[in-house]
Design a protein around this ligand. Structure first.
Ligand SMILES: [Zn+2]
Ligand SMILES: [Zn+2]
Length: 263
């Protein structure tokens, strides 16, 4: 299949609205539930879907961002240089986007301003495909992707990489483990590696990678020491929450309370 076909798919995918994406994730979740009760959706799964849609509502109507595709188009005009098109350029772009995602995720744990938002993703107490879209309303992804636009990578290449990241993030939230997957862990993030990242203690703070695991190996944040059943999902500091508005704002409320008590 030529690169053009992927480009067509990526364009189509990002012009989907978030409601369509939520329906896609729900459909996949229900399909997996039929396949094996281990993957079953829970009440929290529906809160995750609503949390995602609430974020979309804020994104579309308050921040006046007119949909993903147009945002990418305007960012692609910021290029300082223009890298030539072709497979090499595409592969470099794909690797750079994956590294940026790793770095963004690391910042999401390291710095309070990003951590408060990222806590939304970690506060879920159940691990299923909908956990992937339990995401904060703070929109800073595009800022992290700025180097890709400045380097003049083709907007289409960036889109393909971002869509691949999204689809892969659905896979790593499926509660699935198998010996054949272990052999892939030297290069890829698997559901087990990502579930270890969700460990309730958060002392781990490891496995920040999105698709490739070699960033974690390179920067010494790799951990494959736990089995699926040993991992407790959620955060000790936050109770299970079903209200999507509270899921989005609770981390900020807690932080505000903590700061006020310190004064
Ligand atoms: Zn995280
Ligand atoms: Zn996750």
């Amino acid at each position: 299949m030529g690169l053009e076909s992927f480009i067509g798919f990526a364009r189509f995918f990002v012009t989907f609205n978030d409601l369509s994406l939520a329906i896609l994730v729900l459909g996949l979740g229900l399909f997996l539930t039929l396949l094996n009760s281990r993957y079953k959706l829970t009440k929290e799964s529906f809160s995750n879907l609503l949390t995602f849609l609430l974020r979309s509502y804020i994104k579309v109507y308050i921040l006046l961002i007119f949909g993903n595709f147009y945002t990418y188009t305007s960012f692609s005009k910021l290029n300082l240089v223009n890298l030539p098109k072709g497979w090499l350029s595409f592969l470099l772009c794909f690797l750079l986007v994956d590294f940026i995602k790793y770095f963004q995720h690391w910042c999401g744990h390291r710095f309070t301003i990003f951590r408060l938002g990222h806590t939304v993703h970690h506060s879920g107490t159940h691990f299923d495909i909908t956990t992937a879209i339990r995401v904060p309303m703070m929109l800073y992804e595009l800022l992290f992707l700025l180097p890709c636009f400045l380097l003049g990578f083709s907007m289409e290449y960036i889109l393909i990489a971002v869509v691949a990241q999204f689809l892969y993030s659905l896979l790593v939230h499926i509660n699935y483990d198998d010996p054949w997957l272990r052999s892939l862990e030297w290069i890829l993030i698997t559901p087990r590696l990502h579930k270890i990242h969700h460990n309730r203690t958060l002392t781990h703070n490891k496995n920040f990678g999105f698709i490739f695991s070699f960033w974690d190996r390179l920067f010494k944040t790799y951990d494959d020491s736990l089995e699926m059943d040993e991992i407790n999902i959620g955060l000790e500091t936050l109770p299970q929450e079903f209200n999507p508005i509270m899921i989005q704002i609770r981390p900020y409320m807690n932080y505000w309370k903590k700061m006020r008590n310190k004064l």
